[in-house]
Write a protein that binds this ligand. Structure first.
Ligand code: SF4
Ligand code: SF4
Length: 92
């Protein structure tokens, strides 16, 4: 099995009604100079807008949990997706 086949075995069940990721206060992000969320997320969920705020593509989240500890201002609300939603890892 090659790596592309492995990656394609990761499936997402996107919950369109309930984003499991949210920024608490966008004003805090504007003051956050380092913006480590742009780097610590392996899925590239956090992106910078031209206005300097953070855009979240929660649909791509791999549920690694890094953003719960990575944001220096604890400005990210993160919970596991509702039952039946989110990433689905197939092992083996
Ligand atoms: Fe906002 Fe936290 Fe990202 Fe800083 S690290 S830009 S406070 S989400
Ligand atoms: Fe990115 Fe991991 Fe946070 Fe999901 S849990 S947004 S993959 S850092």
């Amino acid at each position: 099995v090659n790596i592309d086949e492995k990656i394609s075995s990761v499936k997402f069940f996107v919950d369109e009604e309930y984003p499991h990721l949210r920024i608490k206060d966008e004003k805090v992000c504007l003051k956050c100079n380092e913006k480590p969320c742009l780097n610590f997320c392996p899925a590239g969920v956090y992106r910078l807008t031209e206005e300097g705020s953070i855009l979240i593509s929660y649909q791509a989240c791999l549920e690694c949990g890094s953003c719960r500890i990575g944001c220096p201002f604890e400005n990210i609300i993160w919970s596991y997706p509702r039952g039946g939603f989110g990433v689905n890892y197939k092992f083996g």
